[in-house]
Each structure stands twice: as C-alpha cells, then as structure tokens.
Design a protein around this ligand. Sequence first.
Ligand code: HEM
Length: 134
Amino acid sequence: MTEIRRGTLHTETFYERVGGEPTFRKLVKRFYQGVADDPLLRPMYPEEDLGPAEERFTLFLMQYWGGPRTYSDNRGHPRLRMRHAPFTVDRAAHDAWLRHMRDAIDTLGLAQEDEAELWRYMQYAAGSMINTPG
Ligand code: HEM
C-alpha cells in the first residue's frame, strides 16, 4: 500500500496543530480579561473599549503562527517594538503581561510541546518589548 506520509505534501503549521482561529481567539480573550482587571496594565491601553486591541493581537498571533495574513492586510508590517514605543514597558509591565499570558495559555489544554513552544515565544517576545529600565 502506498502511504502518503505526513509532511510529504503538506506541512502542518503550529496554527493548524493547536486548533486554528478558535484557539487564538480563546487565548487572547482570556488574556484581555486579565488585562481589564489589572491596575498597572489597564490604564496603558488608549481605548476605552479593549475589543479592537483584542482583535489586533488575535490577528497578529494567528499570522505569526502560520494562519491567515489578515493582520498585515489591515495593519501592515507588525514593527512591534516601534508600536510599543508610546507605552512604558518596564519590568513590572512585562511581568504583569506575562502573568496574564501564562494564565491564558493554561486554559487552552495544549499538548505539552506546543504549550512549551508558545510560552517560550511569549517570554522572548515580552522581553524584547521592554523599552524602559527599572
Ligand atoms: C511586555 C509587555 C507588553 C505590554 C505592556 C504591551 C502593551 C500594549 C499596548 C498598551 C498596546 C496598545 C493597544 C492597542 O491599541 O492595540 C499594545 C498593542 C499590541 N501589542 Fe503589546 N504589550 C506587551 C507585549 C507584547 C508582546 C510580547 C506582543 C507579541 C507577542 C504584543 C503584541 C501587540 C500587538 C500585535 C499590538 C497591536 C499592534 C497594532 O497596533 O497593530 N505585545 N501592546
């Protein structure tokens, strides 16, 4: 019997493997629930309604992990460090941000390797967003 092995015709992306759009929607929704109640982070978000920020972050992550490129269609090149320049991202903001992210990742029930990969990325990305000492 001729078997078509996984990877021969199509390499599954991380985006697909973890469940696609619903997984990223769930992750970011939960993350922003944490932000909404956070006394340090909430005042940093310029808009009263966190919905549009939630949508931007969701679309960014979907694109980053191999899903549709809607983020860049709408927003152009991510240039995340530049986009965070108006905000004071110091160690305390970094720690609070990652705490909510960890909490949100924990609700997804991902396979251990996928969870570890996502968490490593978030830690690295959050570290690279720090723009203020202290
Ligand atoms: C380290 C702590 C961080 C803080 C305090 C922070 C804070 C913020 C704030 C206040 C905004 C503006 C909200 C909006 O209007 O969209 C924003 C936007 C955004 N953040 Fe962060 N952020 C952090 C880390 C990260 C990381 C690690 C990522 C990526 C993995 C990220 C991805 C984004 C994206 C995609 C946007 C929207 C950019 C756009 O305008 O298109 N942020 N962030």
